[in-house]
Design a binder for this molecule. Structure first.
Ligand code: ADP
Length: 165
């Protein structure tokens, strides 16, 4: 049970930073669930099923990796799945304070679950889904930062959006 890890996030959209963390984690854990938060409060740009499909296309081939959506409390989802580990990615210092608070709170909610952190390759440290969405909205080239299927999906949505104007 302790070998099963959950990597939660919004993945709006999945970036090469996420793919880097998932690839590293898939080499460590026999079972890894990438848990995609509905996160209605954050009003995601992409619907949940699209975020799941893009992850499936990017990392679905990795052995032991499963992609699931969830809309309950993370710790409840982790316990429901019989997992013992929450995995998070850590970028530069900016992530630390929030992640430290989150890990502390999750430990208060369940002592059976540990939070572990992985860092990505140096060249992905600066990358976030928010920046990718902003670059795409201003017609910048996002292809160095995301899987090809994400480039195509964002371009398609942008064209549809511009036709509606
Ligand atoms: P964000 O926190 O940017 O809205 P997510 O919720 O999708 O993104 O992130 C899920 C997890 O992946 C978080 O732990 C986040 O810190 C981590 N992460 C996001 N981008 C990167 C990256 N470029 N490198 C490493 N970890 C990342």
């Amino acid at each position: 049970m302790k070998q099963k890890a959950i990597y939660p996030g919004t993945f709006d959209p999945v970036t090469n930073g996420h793919v880097d963390i998932i690839t590293r984690a898939a080499n460590i854990f026999p079972e890894l669930i990438v848990a995609v938060a509905t996160n209605k409060a954050k009003k995601p740009y992409l619907p949940l099923d699209t975020r799941i499909r893009l992850l499936q296309e990017a990392v679905g081939h990795l052995s032991g990796v499963q992609i699931l959506g969830f809309d309950n409390l993370l710790i409840d989802f982790v316990l429901e799945q019989n997992a013992g580990i929450i995995l998070r990615g850590l970028r530069a210092v900016s992530d630390f304070e929030y992640e430290f608070q989150l890990a502390g709170m999750n430990r208060k909610l369940s002592k059976q679950v540990e939070t572990l952190f992985l860092t990505p390759s140096e060249n992905l440290m600066f990358l976030s889904s928010t920046l990718v969405r902003e670059i795409a909205a201003l017609h910048g080239d996002i292809s160095p930062f995301v899987p090809d299927s994400v480039v195509n999906e964002l371009l398609k949505r942008q064209k549809e959006h511009e036709l509606q104007k």
